[in-house]
Design a protein around this ligand. Structure first.
Ligand SMILES: [Zn+2]
Length: 597
């Protein structure tokens, strides 16, 4: 009888263990952030779910405790108090040991097992003392858990309400601006850009009412610097954005300029890793949603996300990883709802909205019904399953954009709206021996979609063949919104490509620069030893890898897959001095600085 009563404590003991684990995890995270000077956008950053870790852990461990209690009530002879204590302690130690980076899974299991064995023995011997400690500390742990969760949810809400009240009056003529970034979507995989598979039927239709830039190049092959450029019009090397540093306040952002003109500003972000609040990209936004409510908070808590998807996921199947990833991911339908809700509730003010869709970022996310859509007709070569999944995720995203615009069209909301659809970077599938992004400056990772629509101002159905840089997007947005002020963004409005169509000769092509700093902890990446810079000019693409002291050159017009390095051909040799001068002293000095870092 005594045993059964002790086991009845299991749910309470579970709750207590969870609150304690979550609180310790939270304190450790704050400590690590303190060491990292609070600006680190590295995976150590403070996730929204972290603040709720005690609550989520409490619920999770409490649930385990309840199951143990249930098992004990049925199988009293098998599930003793010692078993209950061991199981809970094991979970506590596993959770806490996983906070130590780089520790192997089997070591975690062995250490946690040993520690849980000792702790459960002590707990069984001193059950009365344990019950006393639980009773005394449980209310405090609960108060702290609820307090941190309230601050987490309530803080941004208070900031938005007070921010709105402080907005100046807006011009009645001011158009809305909608900046859509399809994270990781490369131009060459889109049917709107001539790809043979029907990945983007909606985008093809949208292009009929827009100017489509056939060769838009990002300034960076990965999220944070590319978004930094989109928001500030600055090259990555001018910005503080890097693998472990956020965007600082050195330059104004689009959102800040719009807010200063009385716009309501909202960012709806599905890329938590490098576009979340802690990356500094939220500056100027009154609302910046980078999590998915309760589901995302749960999914983001260390216990359920990091551990399950990285440790568990590593040994699990791709399907298992997708299921786990889906727990924490903000998919396009969710993002659409989030944005439309916000739009429905904002007043008469013009709106500047930024949407970042993450569905086409690995692990590629789409409903099962899209699975067979692009099942490979190519066979054998590596990376093809990934490419099929990538295309399926793009097709899904395209359908979601169609839904979004159908809803926006209904109240004629788009009549006075500038719409920009682009991406921050592309993706690689083994081309040049590299996969994913952030690790090279080839076309696959730099060339992105860029479509600009503004009924009555921007011509419909025009395609611009000249190569352009995403660096000019910020200046274009300000130009189309009619904002001409001292705080003008660097770069030039892309209007020059569609205006004066009658004029035979336009401005000569400008060189287009892209760059990536030295990778950290990624020995396989092409930029592992140092930064890389690339220049597109006069129909050639020149790439310099400073770390490996390697130069390449490709025919931009006739070799989009960049399969033939023409640097040793007469044409390449004759242009080499010019390109070297293009990346000249400034770029090299910057590069050396990166190397010595
Ligand atoms: Zn990205």
């Amino acid at each position: 009888m005594r045993e059964f009563r002790s086991q009845a404590l299991a749910p309470l003991l579970g709750l207590w263990c969870g609150l304690l684990t979550g609180t310790i995890a939270l304190i450790v995270q704050f400590g690590l952030l303190g060491i990292a000077h609070l600006t680190s956008p590295s995976p150590l950053g403070l996730e929204v779910g972290w603040l709720n870790a005690p609550l989520i852990d409490g619920a999770f461990f409490g649930g385990v405790g309840f199951m143990l209690y249930f098992a004990a009530s049925r199988l009293r002879w098998l599930v003793s108090f010692r078993t209950v204590a061991f199981t809970l302690c094991f979970l506590v130690f596993v959770s806490l040991l996983f906070l130590i980076p780089g520790i192997a899974e089997y070591s975690v299991v062995l250490l946690a097992g040993g520690a849980a064995f000792q702790a459960s023995r002590a707990m069984t011997t001193h059950q009365a003392a344990l019950a006393r400690v639980c009773r005394l500390t449980l209310p405090w742990l609960l108060v702290m858990a609820i307090g941190s969760a309230t601050w987490n949810v309530g803080g941004p809400w208070v900031a938005e309400v007070t921010g709105r009240r402080a907005l100046p009056a807006a011009s009645t003529q001011a158009p809305n601006v909608l900046l859509i970034v399809l994270d990781t979507v490369r131009a060459q995989s889109l049917s709107a850009y001539g790809y043979e598979e029907p990945t983007t039927p909606w985008l093809e239709r949208f292009a009929k009412n827009a100017v489509l830039f056939e060769h838009a190049l990002s300034t960076s092959p990965w999220t944070l610097p590319a978004h930094g450029t989109l928001f500030t019009g600055r090259m990555p090397r001018e910005l503080s954005t890097d693998w472990e540093s956020a965007l600082d306040g050195a330059y104004p952002t689009l959102a800040e300029l719009f807010a200063a003109r009385g716009y309501v500003t909202g960012g709806f972000v599905a890329n938590y890793d490098y576009a979340s609040t802690r990356t500094g990209l939220d500056r100027g936004f009154l609302r910046y949603d980078d999590h998915t409510g309760l589901k995302g908070v749960f999914g983001h808590t260390y216990d359920s996300r990091t551990r399950t998807s990285s440790s568990f996921g590593r040994i699990g199947t791709a399907r298992m990883r997708r299921i786990l990833d889906a727990w924490s991911r903000k998919d396009a339908p969710y993002l659409n709802r989030e944005f439309l809700n916000w739009l429905a509730h904002h007043d008469e003010r013009p709106a500047f909205a930024f949407l970042n869709y993450y569905d086409a970022h690995s692990p590629y996310s789409y409903p099962d019904s899209y699975d067979a859509k692009f099942r490979s007709k190519r066979t054998g070569a590596r990376g093809e399953d990934r490419l099929d999944a990538y295309e399926a995720s793009i097709a899904f995203l395209d359908d979601q954009l169609r839904d979004l615009f159908q809803q926006l069209d209904r109240p004629d909301a788009l009549r006075n709206t500038v719409v920009i659809i682009t991406s921050d970077h592309g993706e690689q599938f083994g081309e040049h021996g590299v996969a994913r992004h952030g690790n090279s400056l080839y076309r696959q990772v730099l060339e992105v979609p860029l479509l600009v629509a503004f009924p009555g101002v921007v011509p419909a159905g025009e395609r611009v063949g000249e190569a352009v840089s995403l660096r000019d997007v910020a200046a274009t947005v300000l130009d189309l919104a009619g904002i001409d002020s001292a705080e003008k963004m660097p770069g030039q409005s892309l209007r020059r490509y569609w205006a004066d169509r009658a004029v035979e000769r336009r401005e000569p092509l400008e060189p287009i620069f892209s760059e990536v700093s030295a990778a950290i902890r990624q020995p396989q990446w092409l930029n592992s030893n140092g930064p890389m810079v690339s220049v597109v000019e006069n129909g050639l693409h020149y790439i310099k890898n400073f770390g490996r002291n390697k130069e390449e050159m490709y025919d931009f017009l006739n070799d989009p897959a960049e399969t033939r390095n023409v640097i040793d051909a007469p044409r390449g040799q004759s242009r080499l001095p010019h390109f070297r001068s293009r990346i000249g002293p400034d770029a090299i000095a910057g590069a050396l600085q990166e190397v010595s870092r």
